[in-house]
Design a protein around this ligand. Sequence first.
Ligand code: SAM
Length: 309
Amino acid sequence: AGGGGGGYGGHGYSEERSSARRVADHYSARSNQTLEERENSPIIHLKKLNNWIKSVLIQLYAHPGDCVLDLACGKGGDLIKWDKAKVGYYVGVDIAEGSIKDCMTRYNGDTDQQRRKKFSFPARLICADCYEARLDEHLYEDAPFDICSCQFALHYSWSTEARARQALANVSALLRPGGIFIGTMPDANVIIKRLRETDGMEFGNSVYWISFGEEYAEKDAVDCPEWVVPFHLFKLLAEEYDLELVLTKNFHEFVHEYLQKPEFSELMRRLGALGDGRQDQSTLSQDEWEVAYLYLAFVLRKRGQPPSQ
Ligand code: SAM
């Protein structure tokens, strides 16, 4: 997930449904990679770093027995992370039919890469547009959730104010009081700073490319429309839905801070994202590290007291 380039474009309201459809088709078309294809990807270390960041967020905020809502769950790349956190129930929602099918396959343990025991929690997987539909109408039997996660995907809701609001309304309606919302998305401050330093409307390096106002196709990258989320507006809008900011950190800051903690540096070592410290193929390249700087992690909390046990 993440680490791709994309077109940061402005789209009119009338084009709205079709742009959501294009995002869905884009992700549906991305087939499950084999282990070998994955290891040979030019952004393999960035993918590992992204997985480390998501794992740290989950380990910091999930509790055994938690009821989890994974918005834009994709192919279920985080199922193992939730399993390690010993959660009690999992609901995954994604707009891409292909991804939901892959997620189901992964949950059932049918893929080549999945020679592992079955997941210890029951799960429900749903194909829906998380930023258009009123999810509480679909999930009233599953709610309230203790924790909601939206990884590398919340910015897709910022194509219109109505969708950005529906995304937050869904999270707020489905979380219990005191429930936690964790996520990752592009860091608008960094992206706009980079744009200002650039002549023209596009920039990038060997592993990503961002083009404002038009789409750009790139191999092994996210070649679909994406949106910039000014974080101060996101924070203000979230407050309207009773979601208070707990934490926001650019990925560089996040890595520096949590790598200090022995349990997370051990996890990083096991994942191999930062290699063994040598400047060779075994470690994150400078260009991948530059991509990491374009993202941030956030944590919000639903106002109110958790129900007493
Ligand atoms: N969260 C997963 C992960 O971290 O591995 C997948 C991240 S992938 C970069 C972005 C995901 O957002 C895709 O699976 C895509 O289908 C999903 N997505 C985009 N717009 C969506 C929407 N409106 N409703 C639900 N899912 C959406």
